[in-house]
Design a protein around this ligand. Structure first.
Ligand SMILES: [Zn+2]
Length: 190
């Protein structure tokens, strides 16, 4: 099923998400649904809190960018109980956007290398190093698990300029091609 996307201002986006157990109900289905929802809204990644579930799960598929970024070809993965254990390398700026903050892009600095532990959809544990574009996308999605949004990371001056735009978005003043949930709207539990 395709879920509506939770929009900036909703408290679930600010929670620190919890690890889950291997017997989490209908986990496979949930992962499929996250991918489906992400494709429908044309995102490169989607984290469970963005559909209102405060659990440490996100999915990524970088394939649509692989023409310009060959390293992203077939970079399709689910990350369960993800924990970044190391970040290093130079901070690099790059423009980012987020399905929970429609039509807004800002430059964000991030480390170039990360080491992350996670389980995949077959409940196999991984301890892997990623860099470049992959590390960037992972860090963006991972931040959602810690209640952090990319707009938190822009420089203080830009942040001040963004304030009214973010308030407008939180009140539903935006155009999106996908269904959304605003602060104060109820998330249906399935
Ligand atoms: Zn995001």
């Amino acid at each position: 099923m395709i879920y509506p996307i939770v929009i900036y201002g909703h408290p679930v986006l600010r929670k620190v998400a919890e690890d889950i157990q291997g017997d989490y109900p209908d986990l496979r289905q949930l992962i499929d649904d996250l991918f489906e929802t992400m494709y429908k809204s044309e995102g490169l990644g989607l984290a469970a809190p963005q559909i209102g579930k405060s659990i440490r799960l996100f999915v990524i598929d970088g394939t649509p960018l692989s023409d310009e970024e060959p390293s992203l070809a077939d970079f399709k993965k689910a990350f369960i109980n993800a924990h970044i254990i190391e970040k290093c390398g130079d901070l690099k700026p790059m423009s980012e956007g987020c399905l929970s903050i429609p039509n807004l892009r800002e430059e964000v600095n991030r480390e170039d290398h990360i080491r992350i532990r996670y389980y995949d959809e077959n409940w196999e544990q991984h301890d892997e190093v990623f860099d470049g574009y992959k590390a960037r996308i992972i860090q963006h999605e991972y931040d959602h698990l810690d209640g952090i949004l990319f707009t938190d990371k822009v420089n203080p001056l830009r942040k001040r300029l963004l304030k009214s735009k973010l308030t407008a978005i939180s009140k539903g003043r935006f155009e999106a091609s996908y269904k959304t949930i605003l602060a104060g709207q109820k998330i249906k539990s399935t």
